[in-house]
Design a protein around this ligand. Structure first.
Ligand SMILES: Nc1ncnc2c1ncn2[C@@H]1O[C@H](COP(=O)(O)OP(=O)(O)O)[C@@H](O)[C@H]1O
Ligand SMILES: [Mg+2]
Length: 256
């Protein structure tokens, strides 16, 4: 038994050593629970990751880290935190999705379903031709994906920086909404300037709560997404779009 614990401690230490943070050990312990450390240990061992280099974002339910693959390529690692997870909220978004018909009751099962939902939504969006971070790996509460940015510096979100060519950016984003709807049969459901990164083109992120068109509220979410984008660009000196017309055009697949 004590041998088992020794082995566990050894693994945890090995995982901790590859997490480079300026803060001390205590911080690592409070953010990375034992199970998360073990999954990371597994990922380091399998050659999915070589190290974690620093935190990019600490959100309400997840932190995003800058990581490096063994071949030196940057990746983004999104780790959902079990302790602060809003389980009521997410159950709402899992409903009506045939891919998640058996919603797990246990918290760890639900969080696993949530991370895997983000992974699957990324795959589906990418296959449809929407620019999203390329998904690389998902395991329990940890999602590894393409790093949007350069040399460890994430690209700005559209909230942090105005697009240089607003009219072009608006068009690309609304086209992405249309492709997501008609080709991937998904609605993002949390689309705003906070979840769009400005890289060579706008990149849609944070797609865990996206719902299938069968979801009872998909049309309402769809309208809200379009409204957020149209409203955001109303502050720029470009021709304004009529909201109702834009919603109708995208819905009918006529948005050009
Ligand atoms: N693939 C990525 N590459 C680089 N940075 C990312 C990536 N995904 C997310 N980020 C950064 O992390 C932040 C939070 O990510 P997000 O998926 O929106 O999580 P949250 O659920 O906390 O809103 C983003 O605003 C962005 O700055
Ligand atoms: Mg977000």
């Amino acid at each position: 038994m004590s041998k088992k614990i020794d082995r566990l401690e050894e693994r945890l230490d090995k995982a901790r050593m590859r997490i480079k943070r300026s803060e001390d050990r205590q911080v690592i312990e409070s953010v990375f629970d034992t199970k998360t450390l073990l999954i990371l240990y597994h990922m380091f061992n399998k050659g999915i990751l070589n190290e974690i280099n620093g935190v990019i974002s600490t959100g309400k339910e997840a932190n995003v880290y800058w990581g490096i693959q063994p071949d030196g390529v940057d990746v983004a690692i999104k780790i959902y935190r079990i302790s602060t997870f809003n389980f009521k909220r997410i159950t709402l978004y899992l409903e009506g999705d045939p891919r998640f018909s058996r919603i797990p009751r246990a918290r760890s099962g639900l969080i696993t379903a949530w991370a895997s939902k983000e992974f699957k939504n990324l795959l589906r969006a990418e296959a449809a031709g929407v620019r999203v971070p390329h998904p690389i790996h998902v395991q329990r509460n940890i999602l590894v994906m393409e790093f949007i940015g350069e040399k460890g510096y994430p690209a700005p979100t559209m909230h942090q920086q105005d697009p240089e060519k607003p009219e072009k950016a608006r068009k690309a984003i609304l086209k992405a909404v249309s492709t997501l709807y008609h080709e991937a049969h998904l609605v993002h459901a949390d689309l705003s300037e906070y979840n769009i990164m400005l890289w060579k083109e706008p990149v849609i992120i944070d797609i865990s709560q996206a719902v299938v068109l069968d979801h009872p509220h998909s049309e309402m979410f769809f309208e809200r997404d379009v409204r957020n984008i149209v409203a955001f660009f109303d502050d720029f000196e470009i021709p304004k779009l009529d909201l109702a017309e834009t919603i109708a055009a995208i819905r009918q697949g006529e948005y050009k």
